[in-house]
Design a protein around this ligand. Structure first.
Ligand code: FES
Ligand code: FE
Length: 447
């Protein structure tokens, strides 16, 4: 155990190893200050994290500000045409070097004393350098960089651990899912505008574990969206849903595909649009998967989530809006999370689809979205209960027992495609248990 975790905080993490076998998670995991501080180092300091779309930095000199854990980083395209991920802290005295959310520049000049860095992070100069810094080794004073950066399907990922697993090793079987969702057209995704951002009073794991596996909440929490007729009746959705444990804490839920009943291809597009996709990255199992399951959520451990959705048909044209949403759950404090949300379409889609896709995405999952507000309201509970005196005095644990031996209907779903550890129909929280197993594994590993 590390020096950060002591006393009750350490015992909560230790206890998780045994309690998970019984489907139980100590509430402290969602709100303990020490555990949160340790997560920033052990989880966010070693995982592969999503930072944005490559098209956001498509030109040399383009940059955007993003977060890795609580650290702000500059994601830039350097003069060398590579994507760089740079800690936004001046090496001289730590002042914030870049204060614009996005832009294009050849250099970042610190406002304090004027140290200047190239768009690849290298140290390029300082005021009065011949008199002030006669012997400074410029090669040693560039901005701190993420050692590993990967671009897949037009998405940028980075990892702060030079000795950790490669992106392939870390993603494991999740690669197959990501390829099916995000690489259905090999040109990747196009974001409809800048990411929306908003702060919620939740622990970051509430969103992650929900997107990675929580079929069970949909019928209850989002039932009103069905009742008012905005979406199809999914109040019995659990019976048709499935859970896919992709390993390493990554998880997917998917529900029955109703696109064919609307006269659409299994991916939810008209035949003409679907024919224009470059589907060369898909294999036979991808097609089988999407024939039976279209609506899905996915969480790439720890905090990168994907949602794929169809909206209601347009009453005049019959067009069915189809959108992909990608988002991160950025830790702000044990009880605060900043959501970063990109509404996306595939690059292959015609631009006349954009407005309907964006409107549907915002209506459902924007900061004031019908589904989003439902989730935000209830996710406050997990972090709040974690600081409750009565909860602590009574050793309160959260219940993740769906799908345990003898507990639930459904069970394994070996007839479904996909290279996964386990597939579960109907009532299961196997994915969430896998999420917390991975979480604990990383929390107790030596860093
Ligand atoms: Fe940046 Fe001094 S803190 S130049
Ligand atoms: Fe939800």
């Amino acid at each position: 155990m590390t020096e950060i975790l002591t006393g009750a905080s350490a015992r909560s993490v230790d206890r998780l190893a045994q309690s998970l076998d019984r489907g139980l998670v100590p509430v402290a995991v969602f709100g303990d200050e020490q555990i949160y501080r340790e997560e920033l180092r052990k989880i966010f300091g070693h995982a592969w994290l999503f930072l944005g779309l490559e098209e956001e930095v498509s030109e040399v000199g383009d940059y955007v500000l993003r977060r890795m854990g609580e650290d702000e980083v500059i994601v830039s395209r350097g003069d060398d045409n590579n994507v760089h991920v740079l800690l936004n802290k001046c090496r001289h005295r730590g002042a914030v070097v870049c204060r614009e959310d996005s832009g294009n520049t050849s250099n970042f000049m610190c406002p304090y004393h004027g140290w200047t860095y190239g768009n690849d992070g290298s140290w390029t100069g300082a005021p009065k350098r011949p008199r002030a810094y006669r012997q400074l080794d410029r090669t040693s004073w560039g901005l701190i960089k993420a050692p590993k950066v990967e671009v897949r399907w037009g998405l940028i990922f980075a990892c702060l651990d030079p000795d950790g697993p490669s992106f392939e090793e870390y993603a494991g079987d999740a690669l197959w899912y990501l390829r099916g969702f995000l690489g259905a057209d090999s040109r990747g995704l196009h974001a409809l505008g800048d990411p929306n951002r908003w702060i919620t009073r939740t622990n970051w794991k509430s969103g992650s574990e929900n997107f990675g596996g929580d079929n069970y909440h949909v019928a209850t929490l989002h039932g009103s969206v069905s009742e008012i007729g905005v979406l199809p009746d999914f109040r019995d959705a659990n019976e048709g849903n499935a859970q896919f444990d992709a390993g390493n804490g990554h998880g997917c839920t998917a529900s029955a595909n109703y696109a064919p009943s609307l006269g659409l291809t299994p991916f939810g597009f008209s035949q003409e649009v679907w024919d224009s996709f470059d589907k060369s990255d898909l294999d036979d199992d991808h097609f089988k998967f999407h024939e039976t399951h279209l609506l899905l959520t996915f969480n790439f451990f720890p905090n990168f989530s994907v949602l794929r959705f169809l909206g209601a048909p347009d009453p005049d044209t019959g067009h069915v809006p189809n959108f992909l949403m990608v988002r991160t759950w950025q830790p702000v404090s044990p009880s605060q999370t900043e959501v970063w949300n990109w509404m996306c379409v595939y690059k292959a889609e015609p631009s006349e689809h954009y407005a309907a896709a964006y409107a549907t995405g915002m209506q459902m999952m924007g900061p004031a979205g019908l589904l989003e507000q439902d989730d935000m309201a209830v996710w406050e509970g997990a972090a709040a209960a974690a600081t409750s005196v009565m909860a602590d005095m009574n050793g309160m644990e959260y219940n993740y027992q769906l799908g345990l031996e003898g507990m639930s209907a459904g069970g394994p779903a070996d007839d479904l495609p996909g290279p996964v550890l386990g597939r579960h129909k109907s009532y299961s929280e196997e994915n969430q248990r896998s999420f917390f197993k991975q979480w604990r594994k990383m929390m107790v590993e030596e860093a």
